[in-house]
Every structure is written in structure tokens, then in C-alpha cells.
Design a protein around this ligand. Structure first.
Ligand SMILES: Cc1cc2nc3c(=O)[nH]c(=O)nc-3n(C[C@H](O)[C@H](O)[C@H](O)COP(=O)(O)OP(=O)(O)OC[C@H]3O[C@@H](n4cnc5c(N)ncnc54)[C@H](O)[C@@H]3O)c2cc1C
Length: 445
């Protein structure tokens, strides 16, 4: 296994569960990749991902297998805000990412005009025209109208994908919405899906879960379970196909293996397969990558308004550099000591990709301006952290699934090797984990 992020760790653990002999090679001195939790003075600061969706119970099951179940935590927060003409307004109850499922709450909201509400609530009576793939923007415009797109769907989707909904393909990002339309309309279909999901999983933790000591509890759990099968500080530089399988040439010498899983970021995997199949490398490089920056602040609780929701998202039409803000310590237990708070501001997004090139001071200034204008925070923070995520967010464009099918076919033709990671079959931790485990099963067969 090459690459010790969530994909590589999940794959390596799967191989161990199946009784295979495995080595995981990770270039850095620590495993986890994008998962990175800092623990300082009683604060638990997520520098990377902060939680995971439980709709797919895979990480709940893995937590059980790794002995981490009693470390799982559920969110304390109720709902979230969206910025509307410079002010925070509650996202109507029952609004599911792109679709208003609670007609009463949506009707009472002031985010959308009366005309916009009527347009959206008329959705169950529209003829259904499900397509193989379609941009997220075109889908929402077609089913719910322009206002729902601009004021709710765009900021909520950007909060997850950091990308323009006009360039995101629904088939690879949120296929359940396309499937819902095929079930007689989006609202009707989502309601039917919700019924089966509630029975299937996640009810104990709600829609999202995390760990008491942050997401690194998961990657530390993997590392402990894998023991000396993990070799950190070993960067793979070149791959060689041999009669018996593969040789991974690393900065510490060659490592031989019968089968190989590349769980490195797509541009690194492209470089590693370049000599074996240049067309495959080109396909991998063609997956567009987005960037974002985050600024995290610790405050005395008295410096902030009362924080009871998860945070807020900002529509692009508001013209702000702030994309979203998570009230980390209100959302999750154990994130800050008593009487203190942790908030995290996301900057960038598709309209502001350049923010990652700004200095720390400039990023902090932008983030603090957002907190001042939207929450009235004028006090100085106790401390701050800035993180840049350059090219860390693969953008699943319309037709992404066709590009990935070509990549998967080319990889299979190379021999006993598979790719896993955030660039291919889902950007969230559960999707990345599920695919990595499936890829391992294929290799072991
Ligand atoms: C800011 C941010 C917030 C996010 N928040 C969430 C969230 O709240 N919930 C959620 O579900 N998802 C979230 N995500 C997505 C999530 O972080 C990713 O899905 C996941 O971490 C990707 O894991 P990975 O193993 O594919 O890649 P990575 O974590 O990037 O791992 C790749 C690994 O490969 C190693 N590597 C690179 N080159 C080599 C080499 N030559 N040899 C050996 N090793 C090498 C790297 O050092 C790295 O450890 C977030 C992403 C970002 C950027």
C-alpha cells in the first residue's frame, strides 16, 4: 500500500482482516494524510476533516473493529445559518442540501421570495426527466428554481466541495438526488429514501459523527492496529512491473510486493504510472483540483455571541471571501476547555481560489473581518491557526464517472494494481474508505 491517508490505512487494515501480509509506505513521518488533529492546552483543533457522515455506516463499523466505539461523539448543535444580505438567517428545518423537504419551515423562511418558494414547492408536480449526469446547478435550477440555487444549494454544496455547482456533476457527487427524481420527483424520492436510511444506520449518532479526541483518533487507531506494517518516512519514487508483481523503488531502497494499491493523491499516482501508461497518467492529471484555506481562532466564550448552531455558510452572491464557518466547540464536545470556544473559517471556494496564495496575516484579516461583520466579534483571539489546502479538493465534474471508468479500466490492464483515494469514487471519508476496502478485496482475489 502506498500512501498512509485514510484510503491507504483503510486498505491496509482490510488486507490484515483478510489475513494478507501487507506493508504500508508513507512518505511523511506521520500517517493520516489530510486527517490532522492538533491537541493544545485543552483544545482539540482539527486542521483537516472534522467529522464524517454516518449515512454509510462503514466508519461506525470500523470504529467497532478498532475498539474506538466509546470514543465516538455526536454533534451538540442544532441547525445552521446561511448569510442573507449580510445577516445570518437560519437554514429552514428539513432543507436537505438541495431540496426543501419540510414545506412549512421553508414557507416561513425569509431567504427566498414568495415567488421562489412557490416555484420550489411546485417540484412534486414537475415532469421527471432524470439524466445520466447533469451539473448540480442545472439540476437545482430545473427542479427548484434559481433562488433556491443561489441562496441555499450553492453555499451548502460549496461548503462541502469548494466548487462551483455549475461544474460539479451530480452523478458522482450526490447521486441520490438523481435517483430521487427517478422515484417520481426529488422531494417524494428523498422522503422514501429517508425512511429506509433511518432503519439502516446512523440513528444513534445523527447524520454526522466524530471522535472525542478529533478525527486523528481514527488514524491513530489504524496505526496502532497495523503496528510495524506501517513504514513512515518512506517515499515511493518509481514503480517497476516484474514477473512476480511489483517493485516499489523508494528513497530507502526497493520494496517487493505481489499486488499494489496506490493511495497517493492523483497527481502523485499520475507520476508513478507515467512510464507504465502515459495515457492513464494524463487521465489522472485531468481531474481538476480545487484549493481552500482555513483560519481557526480560539476565543473566550464571553467574546462571542451564544453559539448553539453548527455554523454558517455564505452564498457566492454575497461576494464575501468567507465560504463558511464552523462553530467547532459548539458543534462537538471536548473541542475547547470550559469557558472557551473554537471557531473555524473557510476561505476561498470557486470564486476565490487565489486566497491560498495570500500571507497568513492577510488570511487572518479576511477571516476576522467576516467574524466581525457577521457575528459582531471584535475581541482578539487567544490564538489562531492558518492552513492552506492547495489542490487538495478534487472536483468531480459532469461526466466524472465516465473519466473514472476509463481510469479503472486502464489500471486493471496494468496488472495487480488498484488506485484509491479522494479523487475517484467520493470525496468524504466514508466513501474513500469503502472504495479502498473494495479495491483491496479485488486485489486479494
Ligand atoms: C480542508 C478539508 C476539510 C475536509 N473535511 C472533511 C470532513 O469534515 N469530512 C469528510 O468526510 N471529509 C472531509 N474532507 C475530505 C477528506 O479529508 C478526504 O476524503 C480524505 O482525507 C482523503 O484521504 P486520502 O487517503 O485519499 O488522501 P490523503 O489524506 O491526501 O493521503 C495521501 C497520502 O499519501 C502520501 N504520499 C504522497 N506521495 C507519496 C509517495 N510518493 N510515497 C508514499 N506516500 C506518499 C501523503 O503523504 C499522504 O499521507 C476534507 C478535506 C479538506 C481538504
Amino acid at each position: 500500500m502506498v500512501g498512509g491517508g485514510v484510503a491507504g490505512l483503510g486498505a491496509a487494515w482490510r488486507a490484515v482482516e483478510r489475513g494478507a501480509s501487507v506493508a504500508l509506505l508513507e512518505a511523511r513521518e506521520r500517517v493520516g494524510g489530510l486527517v490532522w488533529t492538533e491537541r493544545t492546552d485543552g483544545f482539540v483543533i482539527e486542521r483537516g476533516p472534522e467529522s464524517f457522515l454516518t449515512r454509510d455506516p462503514i466508519l461506525l463499523e470500523l470504529s467497532e473493529a478498532l475498539g474506538l466505539t466509546d470514543r465516538l461523539v455526536k454533534t451538540n448543535a442544532q441547525g445552521a445559518f446561511v448569510v442573507h444580505r449580510g445577516r445570518l438567517e437560519k437554514i429552514p428545518a428539513g432543507f436537505q442540501l438541495l431540496a426543501p423537504l419540510n414545506a412549512g419551515a421553508f414557507w416561513r423562511s425569509t431567504l427566498v421570495s414568495r415567488r421562489g418558494k412557490l416555484r420550489a414547492l411546485f417540484e412534486p408536480w414537475l415532469p421527471t426527466r432524470p439524466r445520466d449526469d447533469e451539473s448540480l446547478a442545472s439540476f437545482v435550477r430545473r427542479r427548484f428554481g434559481e433562488e433556491v440555487l443561489d441562496r441555499l444549494a450553492q453555499p451548502l454544496a460549496s461548503g462541502i466541495y469548494g466548487a462551483d455547482p455549475a461544474r460539479l456533476g451530480l452523478r458522482s457527487t450526490l447521486p441520490r438526488f438523481l435517483d430521487a427524481e427517478a422515484q417520481g420527483g426529488v422531494i417524494r424520492g428523498l422522503r422514501a429514501q429517508a425512511g429506509t436510511e433511518d432503519r439502516a444506520a446512523g440513528a444513534r449518532y445523527g447524520l454526522f459523527a466524530s471522535y472525542d479526541g478529533g478525527m486523528e483518533v481514527l488514524t491513530e487507531g489504524y496505526a496502532a492496529a497495523l503496528g510495524d506494517r506501517v513504514r513512515t518516512g518512506v517515499a515511493v519514487e518509481r514503480l517497476e512491473r516484474t514477473v512476480g508483481g511489483w517493485v516499489a523503488h523508494t528513497d530507502g531502497g526497493p520494496v517487493e510486493a505481489r499486488t499494489l494499491l496506490l493511495a497517493t493523491p492523483a497527481p502523485v499516482s499520475a507520476r508513478l504510472v507515467e512510464d507504465l501508461d502515459p495515457t492513464l497518467a494524463a487521465h489522472l492529471r485531468a481531474i481538476p483540483l480545487g484549493s481552500a484555506a482555513t483560519a481557526t481562532f480560539a476565543y473566550e466564550a464571553s467574546a462571542l455571541p451564544e453559539l448553539t448552531t453548527a455554523g454558517f455558510v455564505v452564498p457566492a452572491v454575497e461576494g464575501s471571501a468567507v465560504l463558511a464557518c464552523t462553530f467547532s466547540s459548539a458543534k462537538w464536545p471536548h473541542r475547547a476547555p470550559e469557558g472557551k470556544h473554537l471557531v473555524r473559517v473557510f476561505l476561498g471556494g470557486h470564486t476565490n481560489q487565489d486566497v491560498v496564495h495570500l500571507s497568513d496575516e492577510a488570511l487572518l484579516r479576511l477571516a476576522r473581518r467576516g467574524l466581525r461583520e457577521l457575528l459582531g466579534v471584535t475581541a482578539s483571539p487567544l490564538f489562531d491557526r492558518v492552513d492552506r489546502w492547495k489542490g487538495a479538493m478534487p472536483r468531480y465534474e459532469v461526466g466524472h464517472h465516465r473519466r473514472i471508468a476509463r481510469i479503472d479500466a486502464a489500471v486493471a490492464a496494468l496488472g495487480p494494481v488498484r488506485l484509491a483515494g479522494v479523487a475517484y469514487h467520493g470525496v468524504g471519508l466514508p466513501a474513500v474508505t469503502r472504495w479502498a476496502r473494495d479495491a483491496t478485496d479485488t486485489l486479494l482475489q
